[in-house]
Design a protein around this ligand. Structure first.
Ligand code: PMP
Length: 448
């Protein structure tokens, strides 16, 4: 029996596959062959444990080989480049919207008018954090009062999702409402029910190659999100397109022009667009961008202008000089893909080879982009899988991290991040993960 694949069209018709079979444990002889394998599994596991491995599949960091692709940044902009083509002295204060040259490249890629697209800090997480904080303290355009003055503020959180989004909410006391992330985007029917509550002020969404499922929100779902009625007059979608350009195949979904779509739907202020070059150039010193309606941007400028006199224009300029154009970004992304695709292929090969015969024990996504694979194991065993793997020298993201408050109600989801280690380590780690998934399941179904 092999894994069963379900084809599902993504935003641009790019196929996404997910193995089916998550869910209940069937009774009876179904597990007899698993139980018969336990001695062999234990022996393999013990051998791995004694090998003193030190492997890490925890966080979605670019590998050293990927970082090396952007090595020229270290010597840019170089002497003689103190004044940019647009006439800005990058060494001085000023230019709060960020350097035009880098804004132009990414505004074009994401289909956002450059006047509505700012280049700011390194990374986008801080931009999302500060935006939510400003909403809390001041309210957003259209807010009857600051969000922090409301009796409760609730946010819709697609799950499994990105733990740092949840961390921002937890830090501010925003109540999180999990909603299933489906292959075509978050469960829109459930979202429609939730937004009837005026305390539901917003939602997170990673629209392309989502963390950790790799799912891409379809145009249809995006249309529904920007046009649905919400009880809160100031509902905001934190549209975090962190992986908008990070395809594992030669062609990928084109970014949805979400700001234009929202405007056409009569809700121009609903989406707040975020992205960065963290996984295009240097994760620690990329460029973070924000795109928004004129009203939202005026609000962002007002509050961010108090916070900072100017962004790091030297970093903006060296990015513009290095990447050059949308075509230059595409070339860079193709080089990332060459490094990443074999690692993702290895994860699929090993999961299918080792666990494909057990659709009732394990299912996983087969993303066409992004940085993660979402693995679902037998309910009630994810924490045990992570514990067993750690004891054998393989670090996995803590079970529960992909859910608000770190609690996965069915204790079944594990986020795999194969980008950082070299290929041979990804392979070694995945063999151990497969053993641990089976061992943890066997502990539950064979050994009581
Ligand atoms: N959003 C998502 C969905 C991410 O996975 C990450 C990085 N893991 C970020 C944002 C953080 O991005 P940045 O480096 O731009 O802050």
């Amino acid at each position: 029996m092999g894994a069963i694949y379900n084809d599902d069209d993504g935003a641009s018709g790019v196929s996404q596959r997910e193995t089916l079979g998550q869910g209940g444990v069937a009774a009876g002889d179904e597990y007899s062959s698993l139980c018969a394998q336990v001695p062999e599994l234990r022996a393999r596991y013990e051998a791995a444990r004694k090998a003193g491995l030190s492997l890490d599949l925890t966080r979605g960091k670019p590998s050293p080989a990927q970082l090396a692709l952007s090595e020229p940044l270290l010597s840019l902009p170089g002497a003689g480049h103190a004044v940019s083509k647009s006439g800005v002295d990058i060494r001085n204060y000023g230019g709060p919207d960020g350097l035009l040259e880098v804004r132009e490249i990414f505004a074009e890629i994401f289909g956002i008018p450059v006047e509505q697209f700012l280049a700011l800090t390194n990374g986008s997480l801080r931009l999302m954090h500060d935006t939510l904080l400003f909403a809390y303290v001041f309210g957003v355009p259209g807010s009857p009062r600051p969000w922090g003055a409301e009796p409760a503020v609730r946010f819709i959180c697609p799950v499994p999702g990105y733990d740092r989004h949840f961390g921002i909410c937890e830090n501010l006391g925003v109540e999180m409402l999990p909603v299933d992330m489906l292959p075509g985007g978050p469960d829109i029917a459930r979202i429609r029910e939730l937004v009837a509550d005026p305390a539901v002020k917003g939602m997170w969404l990673v629209p392309t190659h989502s963390n950790p499922t790799g799912y891409t929100t379809t145009r249809e779902t995006a249309e529904a999100l920007v046009s649905m009625e919400t009880a809160a007059p100031d509902f905001r979608i934190f549209w975090d397109d962190a992986y908008g350009l990070h395809h594992l195949e030669a062609t990928g979904p084109a970014p949805l022009p979400i700001l234009a779509m929202a405007e056409a739907a009569g809700n121009p202020d609903r989406p707040l667009f975020f992205t960065s070059t963290s996984k295009i150039t240097f994760a620690g010193s990329g460029v973070g961008f924000i795109g928004a309606s004129p009203a939202n941007l005026a609000w962002v400028r007002q509050h961010m202008g108090v916070q900072s006199i100017s962004p790091d224009k030297t970093n903006h300029l060296r990015h513009a000089l290095f990447l050059q154009s949308p075509a230059g970004v595409a070339t860079q992304m193709a080089k990332h893909r060459e490094i990443l695709a074999p690692k993702f292929a290895a994860v699929q090969r090993i999961l299918t080879g080792r666990l494909g015969a057990w659709p009732q024990l394990a299912s996983w996504t087969d993303p066409t982009g992004g940085y993660f694979v979402s693995l679902n194991v037998l309910p009630g065993t994810a924490a045990r899988v992570v514990e067993l793997a750690a004891a054998a020298g393989v670090a996995l993201t803590p079970a529960g991290a992909t859910y608000p408050y770190g609690v996965d109600p069915s204790d079944s989801n594990i986020r795999l991040a194969p980008s950082m280690p070299p290929l041979f380590e990804v392979e070694a780690a995945m063999e151990v993960v497969a053993d641990c998934v089976l061992l943890a399941a066997a502990e539950k179904v064979c050994l009581q």
